[in-house]
Design a protein around this ligand. Sequence first.
Ligand code: TYD
Length: 423
Amino acid sequence: MEKWVFFDLDGTLTRSEEGIWNCARYAAERMGFPLPDEETLKKWIGPPLIWSFRNLMGMTEEQAWEAQKIYRERYTTVGKYENRVYPGIRNLLRALRSAGVHLGVVTGKPEAPTRDILAHFGLWKFMERLACATDAKAEKDHLIRSVMPEGAAEVWMAGDRKYDMEGGVGAGVHTLGVTWGYGSEEELRTAGAERIAHTPWEAAEILCPGAEKPKGAFLSMEGLDGSGKSTQIEKLTDTLDRYGFEVVHSREPGGTPIGEKIREILLSRENEEMTDVTEALLYAAARAQHVRERIRPAVKDGKVLLCDRFLDSSVAYQGGGRRLGVDQVLAINRPAVEDTLPLLTVYLDLDYRTSLRRRSEASQLDRLEAEKEDFHARVEAGYHELISRNPERYAAVDARGDREEIAGKIAERVLEKLMAEET
Ligand code: TYD
């Protein structure tokens, strides 16, 4: 039998308080009402706007309509994107879709911002039906009925507030209450929730028993020392998090207890006598452990693993810098990585002279950073050779200039790649 699941939007798929609260405050201020406190704002998400302006701010019917107009002016331009997809939602939707479950959205929001939000966050592609409130009709049972499939089907309404549960009960469908949004478990149960999920993956298991976790992704970030990797990793993590990807971090050399011990050996300035081949083998050894202990399990578990350096560093530093050659370094690393390569590698493109200048301001240099200028020139050349051999695997971004702009370019490339993988 066909299965359909309708999701509420605010508080269920997206955590929309930032935008909603900013707009509610804005409307209150413009109407000359006192700014609502946090407790009041918490009750704001779920009920129709008119109801909230009247009951939570004490407006008259007429004032409430005016306030709604002001609210929507800000919401439709800025507020709708002040939003986050809950972590794990993408994997829930992907798992249901790949199990053949039909999905839709039933929301008390108007249609235009709903479509924009779903499209902006790349969730639209999962949805087949959409029911949104109009000024005339906002009751959820009515909205659910308007998108119900014809004929026999198992239909669920999933949401975080009593309105979703009451709507589901009224429309005669199954109800799933979710507790990561704005309503409590008690509220949901009192309103008739048939089942309760505390995490998106619990919801997947209720809605589709035996559902399989979709595969995550492996991304790496590369660049010369001082190219701003740490800052950009932080910014990219925040963006991916906003889009509902479950991001985990790692780094090379390191990322595992064994790898961190190897890292100490590699970077210690006491180890002056280390030969170039030993160095390459140690990086590869740490990597072999990392691939098996961290990277593969994380990807299997649906996570986006974002790694500070990977194989490309070996090719550039040992292959280029130490002159072992690209092919020898790849050969040494073959048993370490096998087929585990990043889906996309962000390369922060910075010429070695600027990189050296930036680093000379840092106090403690490790064994590799302390190498001479021509070493770093060869590392840079190594990266460029790699990218020219296989340009589609890299997002090369100019690392000079404004950090936010750089972050924006990186986010665009990475999101495009990750979302293309989801279909
Ligand atoms: P780390 O402190 O992690 O890098 P960063 O200075 O970018 O924060 O130090 C790692 C050093 O190891 C760095 O100089 C690059 C080098 N390296 C290699 O030579 N080969 C490799 O395979 C990897 C992963 C790193």
